[in-house]
Design a protein around this ligand. Sequence first.
Ligand code: SF4
Length: 295
Amino acid sequence: MYEKKGRYIVEFPDIPSERQHQIEIDVEERRRNYNEVELGFDEERALKEARRCLSCRRCLGCALCWAECKPEAIDFAMEDDIVEVEADMLIVSSGVERAQERIDDKFQLGSNLNVITDLQMERMLDEDGPSKGLVIRPYDGEVPARIGFVQSYEAAASGVHRAALCLAVNEAILLRGKLPEAEISIIAGELTGFQQEYAADLEKLADITFQEAAVVSVDAGEKAEVEVTLATAQGEECRSFDLLVLLTQPQLSAEVKKLTSAVGLEVDYANFFADGDGAALLATEKDQVQLAAQR
Ligand code: SF4
């Protein structure tokens, strides 16, 4: 750690800090034509540059929190301390992360700005999020009139699939509150079981459409809409959305996997999704160690 302009900077040797520069045509060549001088990044430079930004969940050492913290509770020089605690019961409470790295290219995540993930939608719906609770199309800032939630993962354990669908329904309800006129659809390969299980609750959501179908392809439309080809029981069908939200698989974080292994548990991430009402703790093979179930 070192001080620079009154700020304490913490260095992370595993995060590249050096900025990448674009490839430029050489001076001799520039003399003979009017071609663009800057040629952009090649793959290697692009990956290096992107890695600089992938530390968003790590402290970047900007020291803003230190500067703002009035009780002076932040100590950058503090070392990890091992503390032994005696307890009668241990409850592993996991939380969930969303698996994005496995999303197939056919969904155009990253290449089509109007394709986002459920996590991005969650952030957009949040009053404290980047758009201050405004739901807008990233491409042009327009308010979307047709929003489709589609399953972006292949088959998943039933509890995991149900958790992803529950998130979609929750987000659809919040969306409905913000955009009363919008057409909202939830599309997944397997919906029947979910609809039967939650029939009483889903009945109240008459203005949200559910469709059992798998995504075949995603294409950009002429007016920045997202054209989705679906495989349904009746054959292929094309639907058009202003904003496409990809449902991702919930999964355990690496930290929780480390924690469960530290307490000697063999935990498959699907085990964290309760089959019952979701409120109960799940017993484990270790006496007095329980898992806090997720929905
Ligand atoms: S504000 Fe965030 S990034 Fe900056 S020093 Fe504090 S924890 Fe790290």
